[in-house]
Design a protein around this ligand. Structure first.
Ligand code: GLU
Length: 478
């Protein structure tokens, strides 16, 4: 099993899935699919201070909504569980103590006040702030005795003081850090829980992760992690750090400039298919210039080699364009299902056949599912006419023709294209009208605008009854 590819998405549940998180999840998923590996979901929930009610459920639900299913994880199960770090705390403690035993970690008894004071002094003297290692010198036996006696403590990693550390990142190639920039990282906090760094390394090892694929913000943690692997006698996984996501002004993607939660985009009426396609291109490109991909195509096309180093701009206009494309081209059934809640929100309960018609009509006219009902308002709600519209409707010839149509529509229930064309021909002959004179008043009366769909389509979308009522209302208005 040693060469098996195993990758993981390891979110800390914060209450919502960030688009950057979705990108990390997607790239891990795609890489696993591409090489026939295993995609693991691990919940990194050891920070008790950041606990948010319902956050894990929300995360799992969002992953499901976008169609990224883990092969192993809290729901899928697997041989390497539990997949919640909060259920693995004993393990982390064991390895922290092993590190203390080996002299690679030490007990630290500094209080918060003492640490604050230290930081203040460092700032005042113009030094880089960071733990100065003052508890390193407590004799190990004395430190262990104090910890065992119940004195408040943390366990810190004893990172090298000087020299350089370098590693090869799949995306960033050779990366070098100075050890003197690396802090003596806390591994076990005073509440007994591990920090991200310890838990992450222990689990990546125990879960036999072959590649760590995650956001660039974690790059600076790699030296500590490599040191942990080395001290525990473990082989580190390969690393691939994904470029930052940026706002159009090249600042880091932030809540202040727009939405960052995946569910916000879903609620705004972007399709899961669009989001995956769009997000796949934030830091990766295909061999050619193809930009539109289904998930199945991405699974074949993806390669870590084509992940870029430079930051990727989150361009909302491109997202809208892409969503418009999917709305137009995806199977109608799928769009109807996705659009249903947006239509019922605006129009209340809606008949299935009517919904299909409205969705089919509005999908090429909107960029999001949410915009689609707006395109259909004219079929469902009262029409407001401008002065200009009224003038057209009130012409004598129009009036007669509209009354004639109201009568004719009342005579039979079904009006397909052929029937409507026949009626149009008859109308044209009877009233001597054609072109604008014929179509504009009819379309205005039944649809509210002189331009728009064919008349048979309008009758279908607005419904025959409503069309009759509308024709009668405007032909009586003189
Ligand atoms: N729990 C970390 C996060 O929330 C995981 C980082 C990593 O993948 O190592 O992003």
């Amino acid at each position: 099993m040693a060469n098996e590819i195993r990758v993981r998405f390891a979110p800390s549940p914060t209450g919502y899935l960030h688009v950057g998180g979705l990108r990390t999840a997607l790239y891990n998923y795609l890489y696993a699919r591409k090489v026939g590996g295993t995609f693991i979901l691990r919940i990194e929930d050891t920070d008790q201070t950041r606990y948010v009610e319902g956050a894990v459920e929300n995360l799992l639900a969002t992953m499901k909504l976008v169609g990224l299913q883990a092969d192993e994880g809290p729901e899928a199960g697997g041989d390497y569980g539990p997949y919640y770090q909060s259920q693995r705390t004993e393990l982390y403690r064991k390895y922290a103590l092993e590190l203390v035993e080996k002299g690679a970690a030490y007990y630290c008894f500094c209080s918060t006040e003492e640490l604050d004071k230290m930081r203040e002094e460092q700032q005042k003297d113009g030094y880089v702030t960071g733990y100065d290692g003052r508890c390193r010198n407590i004799p190990p036996a004395e430190a262990a005795a104090r910890a065992n006696a119940g004195e408040d403590h943390v366990i810190r990693l004893k990172t090298p003081d000087e020299g350089e550390v370098f590693f090869y990142d799949v995306v960033r190639e050779k990366v070098t850090f100075d050890w003197n920039m690396v802090d003596d990282q806390v591994l076990i906090k005073s509440d007994g829980f591990p920090t991200y760094h310890l838990a992450n390394v222990v689990d990546d090892h125990l879960m036999e992760i072959s590649h760590v694929i995650r956001g660039e913000e974690w790059l600076s943690s790699v030296p500590k992690h490599l040191f942990l692997y080395e001290q525990l006698g473990w082989k580190p996984p390969k690393m691939a750090h994904l470029p930052l996501l940026l706002n159009p002004d090249k600042s880091k993607l932030s809540k202040r400039q727009g939405d960052v939660a995946v569910e916000d985009y879903l609620n705004k009426g972007f399709l899961a298919e669009t989001l995956l396609n769009f997000i796949a291109l934030l830091g990766w490109h295909a061999k050619g210039d193809q930009e539109l991909f289904t998930l199945a195509e991405l699974e074949k096309e993806f390669s870590l080699k084509r992940v870029t180093k430079s930051g990727a701009v989150f361009d909302i206009e491109k997202l809208r364009w892409m969503n418009g494309h999917y709305l137009k081209t995806m199977e109608l059934d799928k769009i109807v299902t996705a659009a249903r809640p947006f239509f019922t929100e605006v129009f209340g309960e809606i008949d299935e056949n009517e919904l299909r018609e409205l969705v089919d009509y509005s999908r090429p006219r909107a960029a999001t599912l949410k915009e689609m009902p707006g395109e259909c308002k004219t079929f469902k709600e009262e029409i407001e006419y401008s002065e200009e519209d009224r003038a057209i409707l009130q012409e004598a010839a129009s009036q007669e023709m509209l009354a004639f149509w109201a009568d004719k529509l009342s005579l039979q229930e079904h009006w397909d294209t052929e029937a409507v064309n026949k009626l149009l021909k008859k109308t044209s002959e009877k009233f001597g009208l054609k072109g604008k004179k014929l179509y504009f008043p009819l379309r205005l009366a039944m649809f509210g605008s002189v331009h728009g769909p064919e008349l048979d389509k309008i009758i279908k979308l607005a419904g025959r009854e409503r069309c009759i009522a509308r024709l009668k209302a405007v032909s009586r208005e003189t």
